[in-house]
Design a protein around this ligand. Structure first.
Ligand SMILES: Nc1ncnc2c1ncn2[C@@H]1O[C@H](COP(=O)(O)O)[C@@H](OP(=O)(O)O)[C@H]1O
Ligand SMILES: [Mg+2]
Length: 247
């Protein structure tokens, strides 16, 4: 029997969660009840695939207790089974995602992000190819509920516009997919919110950084990783300079 690659495992786990999440939305549940059911179903689906296919690896998930073995492990899966729970809970919205990333020896080495409402699964290999930027103002994705002051500074410096969207994964993939040109977040977030989408954006040739320009570090002891920038490479210097100037 041929062994599957890590990226194929990531994609299967993300797809399993998507397949659990989509029908749940048609069961009549709404709001908080639907969000909670989605978090649990996504977690079950991903944990099942990883336990079957990578039983020796540690899993670090938003929806599971933090396992201290991850700090000495060689391989750690960083998972958010449902990113954008708020948007998932509104059946009219498409901006939610499933994140599965593999960290190994200091780096993110494979990842998949499902955008189930769009029927898409993106992976690090083969990496997506970003489309050309259309004419018009620079579009900067921000949280619908917590748009940061730094993003307003970037929009004003680049004569751009803010595009409110849910889910860190959806917003990061929106840069990859050409729906927006950059994503700016600050004020709070956790490693699982950005790991898989950042791995894909990086593989696609986009710039991914902390707001101070330093690298995003994963599997650090503290799950908190509160800010990030994802930008098309030709815009990244101007975006980071505008963040600095606005602080
Ligand atoms: N200030 C903050 N503190 C903690 N988590 C935050 C946050 N701002 C955003 N997030 C998390 O980041 C994800 C994307 O948020 P947003 O849609 O507002 O951009 C959401 O993940 P979950 O849906 O997995 O909880 C949300 O909870
Ligand atoms: Mg999340």
């Amino acid at each position: 029997m041929e062994l599957s690659s890590d990226v194929a495992v990531a994609a299967r786990a993300a797809r399993a969660a998507a397949e659990a999440l989509l029908p749940l939305r048609a069961t009549g549940r709404t709001g908080r009840e639907l969000g909670d059911a989605g978090d649990a179903a996504g977690q079950r689906a991903i944990a099942g695939v990883l336990a079957a296919e990578r039983p020796d690896d540690v899993v670090f998930s938003e929806e599971a207790v933090d396992d201290p073995r991850r700090l000495t492990a060689e391989r750690v899966w960083i998972v958010d089974p449902l990113d954008g729970t708020r948007e998932y809970s509104d059946p009219a919205r498409d901006d939610w995602a499933v994140h599965v990333a593999l960290w190994s020896a200091g780096d993110l080495v494979a990842a998949a992000v499902a955008l189930p409402a769009l029927g898409e699964v993106h992976v690090t290999d083969p990496a997506p190819v970003p489309t050309a930027r259309p004419d018009g103002p620079v579009r900067i994705a921000v949280s619908r509920t917590r748009p940061p002051a730094e993003a307003r500074a970037v929009a004003s410096a680049l004569d751009g516009e803010l595009v409110p969207l849910g889910s860190a994964g959806y917003k990061t993939l929106a840069v990859v997919r050409g729906e927006v040109d950059a994503y700016v977040h600050s004020g709070g977030m956790y490693q699982w919110d950005s790991a898989a989408p950042v791995a894909i954006a990086h593989a696609a040739g986009l710039v991914t950084r902390r707001l101070d320009g330093s690298p995003l570090v994963y599997n650090a002891a503290d799950p908190y990783l509160p800010d990030l920038v994802v930008a098309r490479p030709e815009l990244a210097d101007r975006v980071l300079a505008a963040v600095r100037a606005g602080r």
